[in-house]
Design a protein around this ligand. Structure first.
Ligand code: ADP
Ligand code: MG
Length: 227
């Protein structure tokens, strides 16, 4: 599903080059629940943004769902992003002036699905994350955990191949974090490929495989023991 070969990425910082990813090889199969773990600054977000076609890489090859993702126009990048990927962020990124249902329905709005159809579907996904009763509520009236469940429903509604989550529990207390991880587990059990970036060991151990990143290099991979 996801295949990275010798991916390198650096940023220009003044006159110097900061090498952030140093020849990353990574293979993730369809249906896997994987975490990328590493301390702050190790390159996790950079790696996830490349996989999410939000950022470009300098050299190597990235193949997503048998499509080579390289030197794409912004239009093509958006096309593959919308078709293959769903995103979940630490800060939820909900629209504060739209209610829960409208937030979940947003990807379908951009796909020009009619209001009635998208609202029916959004309600199904809200139900799936246990928030059917909260459809009319605005984000400001919801807890962090509820907001993240809405963001997960929004990420899923267009039926992407892969869910990419950057520190999805980073703003949540540990009880709520585990509840959110349970939702990811259920979504993965239903067959979705999920990649979660975290710097928290206990969150990583809720996934099936942990990829450890240090200073832009994969230093270790372990098969997690279910906890
Ligand atoms: P992580 O998500 O693991 O904390 P990042 O991928 O965000 O790490 O960042 C890795 C390194 O790259 C850090 O040293 C960061 O300061 C640097 N970096 C990230 N984005 C940029 C950018 N746009 N320009 C310059 N340096 C950057
Ligand atoms: Mg980061």
């Amino acid at each position: 599903m996801i295949e990275l070969k010798e991916i390198r990425k650096s940023y220009d910082v003044g006159k110097q080059k900061l090498e952030v990813l140093k020849s990353i090889d990574l293979h993730i199969e369809a249906g896997e629940l994987v975490s990328i773990m590493g301390s702050s600054g190790s390159g996790k977000s950079t790696l996830l943004n490349i996989i999410g076609i939000l950022d470009e890489y300098d050299s190597g090859d990235y193949t997503l769902n048998d499509t080579l993702i390289k030197n794409l126009s912004e239009r093509k990048a958006a096309f593959y992003r919308n078709r293959f990927l769903g995103f979940v962020f630490q800060s939820f990124n909900l629209l504060s002036f739209k209610n829960a249902l409208e937030n979940v329905a947003l990807p379908l709005y951009y796909q020009k699905v009619r209001r009635k159809k998208r609202n029916i579907k959004a309600m199904e996904y809200l139900d799936m994350v246990g928030l059917k009763e909260w459809a009319e509520h605005m984000p400001g009236e919801l807890s962090g955990g509820q907001k993240q469940r809405i963001a997960i429903a929004r990420a899923l509604i267009a039926d992407p191949k892969v869910i990419l989550a950057d520190e999805p529990t980073g703003a949540l207390d540990s009880q709520t974090s585990f509840e959110v991880m349970e939702i990811f587990k259920e979504v993965n059990d239903a067959g979705k490929t999920i990649l979660i970036v975290t710097h928290e060991d206990d969150i990583a151990h809720k996934t099936d495989r942990i990829i450890k990143l240090r200073d832009g290099i994969i230093v270790d991979e372990e098969i997690a023991i279910a906890s």
